[in-house]
Design a binder for this molecule. Structure first.
Ligand code: HEM
Length: 478
């Protein structure tokens, strides 16, 4: 009987091994294939066609053409690297959710040179998680939102007080100025003044090198950008020094405080100073573009503008009756205004997608992403896909009134471990700006077009002619 048992167990054991081996062999034999597509010309690949489409008003035409030939995921060769392009929401979600064992961020060389090795945008693993968690929680805190709201009231009013009806107002410049002041205040508590102007000037010099040749010798674009960064880092180091002399407060008032208060030894003062500048890269341009695009889309859609204005005037009137200021939560409670911002994010595609590099062979949905290849999760095609959004090129804020924003078909702020920590800040700033703008002014926009490459912006900086609303007019609108 004992022998029988031994025989039975051995047979099961051996057949399990054979089965497993066969399955493994079967898997490696039938490994997922590389996605279809072409790598184009030697060395330059398909970069020229990609860039020429990116400059047009339909940057996604590069993707659309290949999507119809090869499917939603295809291979290409852009910006010097073989690349798998994903216009598939599920595949892109998988890429965003993966950790650094599978994918790490991939940026052009000039950009990584400018950011340095310790930048939140390039680091991985526990340090990235730590910094990301700290700043994400801070930007979400009611305390910061209240402070941002107070600061923004001041900056917006100061800016709008100078607007006259006899010359054009350049929306893109005005919003850029306001958003920069808010960002610098949130990062290092600097108020408008000489140092702010210095920082603004150096930052413009710094970002001019983002798309430059990666050659760092005196006289080159990259060199000048790095010199500008050094000057900015010095300014932040002085802020840190002053903070240490005055002692830390328990309630952090800015991101510098948040990172200095952290007990982890990894967060050195140099790393913090460098990161204050690096964090300006994703924060500086995106918010003003969001505000400017919202004004552009509203100018072209009078019914949406009417509804948004009525909603905001109603709130203003109510708050005036109660004798209360507007709190941050009041702005975020305006449901149609939030839908306008959401629709602007969908159509505007301020960040068209994210680039990663595969750290090992990855198989997803029947496709192989080989180790060392780049992968481009292209959100724009998903946001403008008629299968997900009816009439996708039509600005329609009403589509969001009963729609779920948390779907993988809507990722303007990315997702997973690198989900934009500034997303609450961006929405709040846009809400406050829209409120003050539509309740104080009516306007006529001059003809202008959206440029999509290398970053999204207005070709003529969006000139508009404004007219200050009278108290009577406000009431008629109500
Ligand atoms: C409309 C405005 C904004 C948009 C559309 C936007 C979009 C994004 C996207 C798509 C990512 C993900 C990048 C990736 O996965 O590689 C990201 C990351 C990031 N964003 Fe934003 N962003 C906006 C505003 C801001 C603001 C105001 C800040 C404030 C400082 C900010 C700070 C960051 C940082 C630090 C990261 C990197 C996070 C990490 O890698 O851990 N963003 N943003």
């Amino acid at each position: 009987m004992d022998n029988m048992w031994v025989l039975l167990v051995t047979t099961i054991f051996l057949s399990t091994i054979i089965l497993y081996k066969n399955r493994f062999r079967l898997r490696s034999k039938h490994r997922s294939p590389l996605p279809l597509g072409t790598l184009g010309l030697p060395f330059i690949g398909e970069t020229i066609e990609f860039v020429s489409c990116a400059y047009s008003d339909r940057p996604e035409s590069f993707m659309d053409k290949r999507r119809s030939m090869y499917g939603k995921v295809f291979k290409s060769h852009i910006f010097g690297s073989p690349t798998i392009v994903s216009t598939d929401a599920e595949v892109s979600k998988f890429i965003l959710q993966s950790d650094a064992k599978a994918f790490v961020p991939s940026y052009p060389k000039s950009l990584t040179e400018l950011m340095g090795k310790s930048s939140i945008l390039v680091i991985n693993g526990s340090l990235q998680k730590r910094i990301h968690g700290l700043i994400g929680a801070f930007f979400k805190s009611p305390h910061l939102k209240a402070q941002i709201t107070r600061d923004m009231h001041k900056y917006v009013q100061e800016s709008m007080a100078n607007w006259k009806d006899d010359h054009p107002i350049y929306m893109q410049d005005e919003t850029k100025n306001i958003a920069f002041q808010v960002l610098v205040k949130a990062l290092i508590s600097l108020d408008p003044g000489e140092e702010m102007e210095f920082l603004k000037k150096q930052f413009q010099e710094f970002i001019s090198g983002l798309m430059s040749l990666p050659i760092n010798i005196p006289g080159t674009r990259l060199y000048r950008s790095l010199q500008a960064k050094k000057k900015m880092v010095k300014l932040v180091q002085n802020v840190i020094l002053a903070r240490k002399h005055s002692g830390f407060s328990n309630v952090p008032k800015d991101v510098v405080d948040v990172l200095l208060n952290d007990s982890s030894e990894q967060l050195t003062e140099d790393l913090i100073a460098d990161n204050m500048i690096d964090m300006m890269i994703p924060g500086e341009d995106s918010v003003p573009v969001l505000m400017t695009l919202a004004i552009k889309y509203l100018s072209d859609c009078p019914t949406a503008l009417q509804q948004l204005t009525e909603e905001n005037l109603k709130l203003k009137e109510l708050k005036a009756q109660l004798g209360q200021p507007l709190y941050w939560s009041d702005y975020l409670s305006l449901s149609f205004t939030q839908s306008v911002i959401t629709e602007t994010l969908r159509m505007g595609n301020i960040i068209i997608g994210v680039m990663r590099k595969a750290m090992k062979d990855i198989e997803i949905k029947g496709y192989l992403i080989p180790k060392g290849w780049c992968v481009f999760a292209y959100f724009r095609s998903v946001h403008l896909d008629a299968n997900h959004y009816d009439w996708p090129y039509k600005f329609n804020p009403w589509r969001w009134q009963d729609k779920d924003m948390s779907s993988s078909n809507f990722t303007p702020f990315g997702g997973g471990q690198r989900l934009c920590p500034g997303l609450d800040l961006a929405r709040l700033e846009a809400s406050i700006f829209l409120h003050h703008f539509v309740t104080q002014f009516s306007w006529r926009a001059e003809e202008d077009t959206i440029v999509n490459f290398p970053t999204v912006r207005m070709k003529r900086r969006m000139p508009i002619w404004v007219k200050r609303r009278g108290a009577k007019e406000n009431l008629v609108m109500l």
